[in-house]
Design a protein around this ligand. Structure first.
Ligand code: GLN
Length: 187
């Protein structure tokens, strides 16, 4: 299977690796720029975006992560991972995240979401202190919203979601990433 890295500085990386294995990928934990070499795709997990950004700066990973995304290899970014890619941080995605945005259920909530382009019916989505996309440019395609706020987006080969797809056993987003990685085609 294709080689998929999971950024493992902090956060929910182990559950992502298990989901990727179920989808037939080989996985490795990425903690340094060298860890990105030879990967066909990358997952940026949830966790705490401020801590994750400190680790990225400490390890010199900002530019290598930008270059990885710019290479067109597929990326799946979840929750804090999505925040890390926004304009105010790595600037990979032309969007701005609002952190901890769901005031009505700040800590966590679950919702069945229809995602544009995802076959097989609604995806059960677990939101944990989740962001939403507060603002985005024209290159960003919105795949799903909650209360009118984007919570799943795509820009080129990067898919970003506000929720935690690694926690439910519904591996369709991981399977899509692995399939794109195996095909070697961006998007
Ligand atoms: N609230 C976290 C942050 O702002 C994200 C939460 C998560 O990744 N589940 O970084």
């Amino acid at each position: 299977g294709p080689r998929v890295g999971v950024l493992a500085l902090q956060g929910a990386f182990a559950a992502h690796a298990r989901a990727l294995h179920r989808c037939g990928a080989r996985t490795s934990e990425v903690r340094t720029p060298a860890g990105l070499q030879g990967l066909d795709a990358l997952v940026l997990p949830g966790g705490e975006s401020t801590t994750m950004m400190l680790g990225i700066a400490r390890e010199g990973l900002a530019e290598p992560l930008r270059a990885f995304a710019a290479s067109g290899r597929p990326v799946l970014a979840t929750c804090a991972g999505l925040i890390v890619l926004d304009r105010e941080r790595l600037g990979v995605l032309d969007l701005r995240c609002a952190r901890n945005a769901f005031g009505r259920q700040l800590h966590s909530f679950e919702e069945d979401l229809e995602l544009a382009g995802l076959d097989g019916g609604p995806l059960h989505a677990v939101f944990i202190r989740a962001p939403w996309v507060a603002e985005h440019g024209p290159a960003v395609e919105v795949l799903a919203t909650v209360d009118g706020h984007p919570v799943a987006v795509r820009q080129g080969a990067v898919t970003g979601v506000s929720f935690h797809p690694e926690l439910t056993g519904d591996d369709r987003l991981h399977a899509a990433l692995v399939a794109r990685a195996a095909a070697g085609t961006p998007g």
